[in-house]
Design a protein around this ligand. Sequence first.
Ligand code: GLC
Length: 551
Amino acid sequence: MESGGLRAVGSHCSLSEMDDLDLTRALDKPRLKIERKRSFDERSMSELSTGYSRHDGLHDSPRGRSVLDTPLSSARNSFEPHPMMAEAWEALRRSMVFFRGQPVGTLAAVDNTTDEVLNYDQVFVRDFVPSALAFLMNGEPDIVKHFLLKTLQLQGWEKRVDRFKLGEGVMPASFKVLHDPIRETDNIVADFGESAIGRVAPVDSGFWWIILLRAYTKSTGDLTLSETPECQKGMKLILSLCLAEGFDTFPTLLCADGCSMIDRRMGVYGYPIEIQALFFMALRSALSMLKPVGDGREFIEKIVKRLHALSFHMRNYFWLDHQNLNDIYRFKTEEYSHTAVNKFNVMPDSIPEWVFDFMPLRGGYFVGNVGPAHMDFRWFALGNCVSVLSSLATPDQSMAIMDLLEHRWDELVGEMPLKICYPCLEGHEWRIVTGCDPKNTRWSYHNGGSWPVLLWQLTAACIKTGRPQIARRAIDLIESRLHRDCWPEYYDGKLGRYVGKQARKYQTWSIAGYLVAKMLLEDPSHIGMISLEEDKFMKPVIKRSSSWPQL
Ligand code: GLC
């Protein structure tokens, strides 16, 4: 079956086909389990045509599973499932939110130990992603479908901050279902940034929405949702916001501070890696779902052009390894004209001391931000993991990202996976960059805190790169504490040893992130939902440096 550029493929494969799957070999799991389903990635690889492939093997076998209360993954498990799994499923189900009888999302936290609710009693778009993946992996796609449709409706609302109207495509950061027990009605209020602390619109929400639509489609094989005129329009509205031509000289997306997971001032304005990686992944996901009819064709053309420019820019200018660091250290400045080597006029004196010690001979990462005379050398977890998952990183770069994680385990993982960024800002720098934010003090919250939710992204990146043993180590750490500490939102300290100063308990994405990590490790074929294979026709533009492993 061929439909709108999406190809349906059989769901089973023979043993010989499986032999191609490096993943299987890398994992010392019983083969039987993995043989259930052919890897989506393997499928995408064989279906690449020219340029950026639209044949993304979106059609997977519908699992045809009924909604059960018992998690299927653990019911199927041949070993004893960890007792935390059952507990996590129960907690996840307790966080479910219903609108007129239908499940539409999960609350950010169900913390009964504090009266200070703030907006944690809302469904956040970004927070729902790991919940959605857990439900999809467990064969319960309905809540995901309802969520996608509900947020699509919210996108259609008129959005204003004071007298200023926001772009049509903006997706909410969060929404809340208000239940009137007397009238027996449900109503929704949504926040597009007009109530959020700092009044920043969530640039990541729209990208996560597109990425989730693809995950739903791949997991269920149900093409009908993404092909509806409503979903096609929703994607185009989001794309219009970020593909519009303007004053930009770079293909990266210019952002305000705090417009993503780090939703407070943290010096991540400009071209933050988190947004660039999500942008790239959303573009590739949209490319596989957009129908090439009407203005759909123009969008496809624009996406293909942008992807080429964006991957070139990121792989060249954001990539840092020992060799590049040495080059930047020796940069000349004030170079004018096309021949400039130091294109953004980065001053070598602005390289922070810590990075020289931090950088191993083998390994590398995408830096936090690159702009005019500006390089933020901090390492950010989400951006680097999503770069691996989306194949924004070349295979060599992906390996180098994992090498760095292994080399710098104490700094980046410590006792609790995973640092949101490294290192923290302290003293004068903290005062200037955060505006003296008392929640973002050193090694806390967004400023070098450790966030258990990031475990799912780390695990996914490990599986994609065939290094599940790294994920196992991280999961062991989580299992030794998370449940005992009541699933906190984040941990503080250089090693992540302390439950965060203002961390919520029973934070839903900490719970769901753990479930997703466990299910991914148990059945690595789930990875296809949230990963995209490298497009073979995108030539790597970076020369091999000595720190990259010879593959
Ligand atoms: C915090 C986090 C943000 C998250 C929200 C709800 O504001 O910074 O990323 O979405 O809490 O959990």
